[in-house]
Design a protein around this ligand. Structure first.
Ligand code: UDP
Ligand code: MG
Length: 345
């Protein structure tokens, strides 16, 4: 299986063993687990999620908190969460001022989680809660990041599987930071990796890439991704395409550099062609036909220039967004019951 072949961690053999052993010793006995759950129009899923996850965590006698980020839902998501959170201090709701998108919502949740271990999860139960314990077992072995790897994407359409496959191939061939294929946001992250992640200032939060950038010893745990338990997906074709584009452009400058090589090739061809034409005119005299080749050359060059300009525009646009330095998300309020702690900034 390809995911097994992926180098989840750079350290190998004895080096890895020593590092894991050192981490293992420092693991707290009774860690606080934070589940970070971004929600956008998910009123149908909330009860099911809570009724599945809470008993499971209680049975495992884990200390936990649930950090919900309400990403500008337009339905009763917030009210539903608020009702369920009443009287339960383990539930915290970070209410964003509008919809900022899943990546920003996740960032907000990560910033507001207090756990020693964080696990971002979707609310639709597509990230199986049964994996939480295997994740923690790996963390106890000393790994700082434990990825959930979708072993078979049976629930995805053929088109989605194919486009996802292409995405990972293109991304990993261009980006100096490699991301493991078939890994979503569902993973366990140790506090020290979280702290590094929180230092990253960029506005464009391609979380999979950022998590991979952080590094640390990591390992994959395979799982079958089930169908959405309730509600509908929030990602259509365009959202996914833009997401992929964001990912590549924020982690690689290869698309910019490619034009240098295209330029070199075209310039070389042009020099030889020029030599050829001039020599031919010198030997055979002036000859007018050549409309077709002229037109082709002009159109081709025009197209190439527009394309490269478009790619420069992609980067310039992102530079513009970063330079403005607006916050990644805006919090309307943090809601938790029995608030004996000061409100979060
Ligand atoms: N989500 C969000 N903001 C958005 C879109 C989605 O917080 O703008 C949340 C959504 O509520 C869910 C998670 O992100 O908890 C994953 O979304 P979804 O299940 O629609 O994605 P898919 O599994 O289809 O990729
Ligand atoms: Mg889903």
């Amino acid at each position: 299986m390809p995911e097994q072949a992926f180098p989840f961690t750079e350290a190998k053999g004895a080096a890895l063993e020593h590092q894991l052993a050192a981490r293992r010793e420092r693991r707290p006995v009774d860690p606080l687990l934070s589940l970070v759950i971004p929600v956008f129009d998910e009123e149908e899923s909330i009860d099911l999620f809570l009724d599945t996850v809470i008993p499971l965590l209680e049975r495992a006698s884990l200390r936990f908190e649930l950090v919900f980020v309400n990403d500008g839902s337009r339905d009763n998501t917030f009210a539903r969460l608020f009702d369920r959170g009443r009287g339960d201090r383990r539930i915290r709701i970070v209410n964003l001022s509008r919809n900022f998108g899943k990546e920003a919502a996740l960032t907000a949740g990560i910033d507001h989680a207090k756990g020693d271990i964080l696990i971002p999860m979707d609310i639709d139960l597509q990230d199986p809660p049964d994996l939480i314990q295997p994740f923690i077992a790996r963390w106890r072995e000393g790994y700082d990041i434990v990825y959930g790897v979708r072993s078979a994407r049976l629930t995805d359409t053929r088109a989605k599987r194919m486009s996802a496959g292409w995405f990972y191939r293109v991304f990993n061939s261009m980006s100096p930071v490699r991301i493991p294929p078939n890994v979503g946001d569902f993973r366990l992250v140790d506090r020290r990796a979280v702290e590094v992640l929180r230092q990253l200032p960029e506005r464009n939060r391609f979380m999979k890439g950022l998590f991979a950038w952080v590094g640390f010893n990591s390992i994959g745990v395979p799982y079958e991704r089930p169908q959405r338990a309730a509600g509908t997906t929030k990602f259509n074709f365009w959202r996914l395409w833009n997401f992929a584009l964001d990912g590549v452009v924020s982690f690689s400058t290869a698309p910019l550099r490619a034009w240098f090589y295209v330029g070199v090739v075209i310039a070389t061809i042009a020099v030889f062609y020029a030599l050829f034409i001039v020599t031919r005119v010198l030997i055979l005299g002036i000859d007018t036909p050549g409309y077709a080749s002229l037109l082709i050359a002009v159109l081709l060059m025009g197209a190439i220039q527009l394309l490269s300009l478009g790619i420069i525009g992609e980067y310039l646009g992102r530079l513009f967004l970063e330079v403005k330095g607006r916050p990644i998300y805006v919090v309307e309020g943090v809601y938790e019951d029995g608030a004996d702690e000061p409100p979060h900034a």
